[in-house]
Ligand binder design. Structure first.
Ligand code: AMP
Length: 364
């Protein structure tokens, strides 16, 4: 374990070599740190900007030991890191942030909602099932329609389907692979919002203005921030963020996805124990962005200010949309962020743009 606050010149380990790891590595470099990436794939977006890249599966003891040999502090860029990887690193004397409990809660949708409800944070009504019979019983209990999701390893709308009738429950359960599922009552939301927040080693909190998010086929398409909201809604979101962060004894940046109901109440959809796609707007819209904030938090530095300095429309560049880079680079209001992925497969997140405008622009 390294002494905290971690001094510039130290190496920070990151599990995961995707775009979030890349943007974390760039932010860490700005603060004088070196980064070591552990990632199974060769030539990863994060590995290519890091001082050190280790290739191997996340649960490979040799790869984890190679990481522990160069980094006394390790964080992660995605929530499906195996729990065994975290315990192996801790056994090597490495500090891992966010902690294993945050990871465990975020990896399982039933654990997640149970935790949220236990600290007084509202979610949709839910039930769980692990067989055809219990799936049918759970749909009957909640009342169709319900959204069936695998408990673990779903992302970007994958691993979920609507069940319109009790009679369809068993087929849906089998179609999702016969794995344990959660069944969720429909959220009758007027908007999807998110709050990005951070907690430091000393319990200090930093909460960003909310983003309003628009999805297509389960994938984030567009965020607008700061979202137009009432002070009461902002206060509600800040209270939720504070409860979640302190309830998990969390260190680092978290993304909390919210449903805004017609009566103004917020429900939490899910929490991501990492920097988040709906926080990419902070790179050009806030005093200190989510990536630097995460590095500051895990390194035991003071958190930075989160106030908005611009209004931002963030658009993900999916698949071959990235080919418009030259045109986008020529637009004065557009900040281009490309992830260096070699292969523009359909729907793949290749980059994003932040379209900035003055905060108080009455035309928008
Ligand atoms: P998730 O993978 O849980 O983040 O869900 C992906 C998207 O599906 C969300 O952003 C919502 O648009 C939608 N969704 C998820 N859960 C529900 C729900 N219980 N009711 C209605 N829509 C939902």
């Amino acid at each position: 374990m390294s002494d905290l606050p971690l001094a510039p010149g130290a190496m920070i380990g990151i599990l995961g070599g995707g775009q979030l790891g890349r943007m974390l590595a760039l932010a860490a470099a700005r603060l004088g740190f070196d980064v070591a990436i552990l990632e199974p794939e060769p030539d990863s977006p994060a590995g290519r900007v890091a001082a050190h890249a280790i290739r191997g599966p996340y649960d490979d003891p040799r790869a984890l030991e190679a990481l522990a040999a160069v980094a006394g502090l390790v964080t992660y860029e995605f929530e499906n890191v195996p729990a065994s990887a975290v315990s192996h690193l801790i056994a090597q004397g490495v500090a891992v942030a966010p902690n294993g409990r945050a990871l465990a809660v975020a990896q399982d949708r039933v654990e997640e909602k149970t935790f949220l409800n236990s600290i007084g944070v509202a979610t949709v009504a839910f039930a769980q099932a692990d067989s055809d019979e219990t799936a049918s019983a759970a749909v009957a209990q909640l009342g169709a329609p319900v959204l069936m999701k695998t408990r673990r390893e779903g992302y970007d709308g994958k691993g979920q389907r609507w069940v319109e009738h009790v009679a369809d429950a068993a087929a849906a359960f089998e179609a999702l692979g016969g794995r344990p599922v959660i069944l969720e009552a429909p959220a009758d939301f007027v908007r999807e919002l998110s709050v990005i927040a951070a907690r430091g080693r000393d319990g200090e909190l930093a909460i960003y203005p909310l983003a309003e998010n628009h999805h297509e086929n389960g994938v984030l398409r567009r965020s607008v921030a700061p979202a137009a909201i009432t002070p009461a809604l902002a206060e509600q979101a800040e209270r939720i963020a504070a409860q979640v962060l302190t309830g998990l004894d969390y260190v680092g940046v978290i993304g909390i996805e919210l449903f805004e109901l017609p009566d103004g109440r917020l429900l939490v959809n899910e929490i991501a124990p990492r920097v988040h796609n709906t926080g990419h707007w902070t790179m050009d819209g806030c005093e200190v962005d989510q990536f630097e904030q995460h590095i500051r938090a895990v390194a035991g530095w003071p958190l930075g200010p989160t106030a908005a300095i611009a209004r931002v429309e963030m658009l993900n560049l999916l698949g071959d949309e990235v080919e418009a880079w030259a045109k986008l680079a020529g637009e004065p209001e557009t900040r281009l962020h490309l992830y260096g992925k070699r292969d523009a497969k359909p729907g793949r997140k290749m980059g994003h743009v932040n379209r900035v405008s003055p905060l108080a622009d009455p035309r928008r």
